[in-house]
Write a protein that binds this ligand. Sequence first.
Ligand code: ADP
Length: 224
Amino acid sequence: MSHLTYAKVVGTIELNKRQETILQIVKDHGPITGEHIADRLHLTRATLRPDLAILTMAGYLDARPRVGYFYTGKTGSQALTEKIKKIQVHEFSSIPVVVSESSTVYEAICTMFLEDVGTLFIVNKQAHLVGVVSRKDLLRASMGQQDLNAMPINIIMTRMPNITFCLKEDYLFDVAQILIQKQIDGLPVVKKSEQDDGFEVIGRITKTNITKAFVELAKDEMII
Ligand code: ADP
């Protein structure tokens, strides 16, 4: 099945006759393995694989390893929405790239290139989050005539308390909405410091992480 066909199925969730039959078998006999469904239909497991993938992805069926398929009792889109909304930040976050607030703009540019990220988090001596610097912040600073080696990063960064951040238990779906609403590329994932009111940066979540989650979600459903 091509990726486009796959996307179309998600959109319309129209089942063919064989898929309807599979659904009925699982409703009547679930939990049931793919092998047993195939036996009942006198087909091979391989032939059924795409149908099972569609039914699972669309949310009609769920599957547990070594248990088999069972009927969820939900409409396809309800189940998929629920699944999306349950993904937490820590499942897809990346390692944060931080620079010290005593760094220069030049050093920050080098770090951004070397680490291949679009956003840097600026931390103070206690390793607490004090700022965020994006690619455009650095480009803007570079457009002037100033010496970038002499320009401290903390004069161009977006600073606390104006930083939007998230916790590792937050939902990825909520983060995605914040990124759209605030028109930013990513958020630092933070943990409240045990000593004071500061926040330690423990991760980063960007549009790329969210794209990965989206792809993984679809892939999981296809493999089962
Ligand atoms: P770019 O500017 O490279 O397109 P963004 O859209 O992420 O990247 O950043 C836009 C502006 O928002 C920048 O000035 C940046 O400092 C600021 N910014 C980026 N991330 C955050 C954040 N999590 N909280 C607050 N401000 C942010």
